[in-house]
Ligand binder design. Structure first.
Ligand code: IPD
Ligand code: CA
Ligand code: CA
Length: 264
């Protein structure tokens, strides 16, 4: 079985196991703080267990870097790292807002740039976004590309959750100059929508994004032809560490990037 097939199969299993839980009291059960620093909810634990159980079942030799469970070594001779955000958008999942997903990626080395496979599954409907290095990005079975024409409505994704006053002041011109700004509350699924061409740029300059939030989106965006840059407009890369926090800009092309960056 190829790595991508393992990640796709386990994503389907997460969907099956959590699809009826969103918005229920059962989903919200508090398990204390996870390795990523947030409260682990029952829905997070059920989804992570689905992944760990399946990787053990197929004897996949890897080290799992889970957002809640932390580092789990499943083999003494691992082929690489499975970077797992079993539920991205936990607040939406717990409240029943239908926008949350799972994000799973495989990396051969300790760097985002060594990711070879990524899968993001919309856990409200089972739709799957996936990519393998140099093989393109897909939405279910259809190849996807970022939006590379002048859009009818320009949609600017911008994550401002918990942003400082200083950052909000910096970003203000974007809000003033654009009528269609969006933030939906699940970073990975937002990157997937961007890769599918549904947003023209997606910006998160809060320095809060963990490797689990971005790993699968990193490859899916790049394989769909998007630019993926850090806050200094250099190609994004980072260590696969629990201390890593990144800011990023995913842009469909240089024109939209220049337009937005000239405003802030
Ligand atoms: C969160 C979501 C959210 C982003 C936060 C993340 P979680 O992940 O991706 O959109 O604003 O920074 O922590 O906690 O729901 O897995
Ligand atoms: Ca997350
Ligand atoms: Ca999570």
């Amino acid at each position: 079985m190829e790595v991508i097939d393992i990640l796709r199969e386990v994503s389907k299993r997460i969907y099956e196991n959590v699809k009826d839980l969103a918005g229920t009291e059962h989903a919200a059960g508090d398990f204390g703080r996870g390795a990523g620093g947030d409260i682990s909810r029952n829905i997070d634990i059920i989804a992570e267990k689905t992944v760990l159980d399946y990787l053990k079942e197929v004897n996949f030799p890897c080290v799992v870097l889970g957002e809640e469970c932390g580092r789990v070594e499943l083999s003494e001779n691992p082929k690489g790292f499975v970077i797992m955000d079993a539920i991205d958008g936990s607040a939406n999942a717990v409240r029943g807002v239908p926008f949350f997903c799972s994000s799973l990626a495989f990396a051969t080395e300790n760097k985002l740039s060594s990711i070879t496979d990524g899968v993001i599954t919309n856990l409200n409907n089972g739709e799957m976004y996936w990519a393998s290095k140099n093989k393109g990005s897909f939405f279910n079975e259809e190849q996807i590309k970022v939006h590379n024409k002048d859009p009818i409505y320009k949609i600017v994704g911008i994550n401002t959750s918990g942003a400082t006053t200083e950052l909000m002041k910096k970003l203000y011109p974007i809000f003033e100059n654009h009528n269609h700004t969006r933030h939906f509350g699940a970073n990975a699924l937002e990157m997937a929508l961007f890769a599918r061409g549904l947003m023209d740029i997606f910006i998160d300059l809060r320095d809060k994004i963990r490797i689990q939030d971005i790993a699968a989106g990193y490859l899916i965006v790049k394989e769909a032809g998007g630019l993926l840059l850090d806050e200094n407009l250099n190609p994004l890369d980072a260590d696969l560490s629990y201390d890593t926090r990144v800011s990023f800009i995913a842009a469909a092309n240089q024109k939209i990037l220049d337009e937005i960056m000239s405003q802030i």
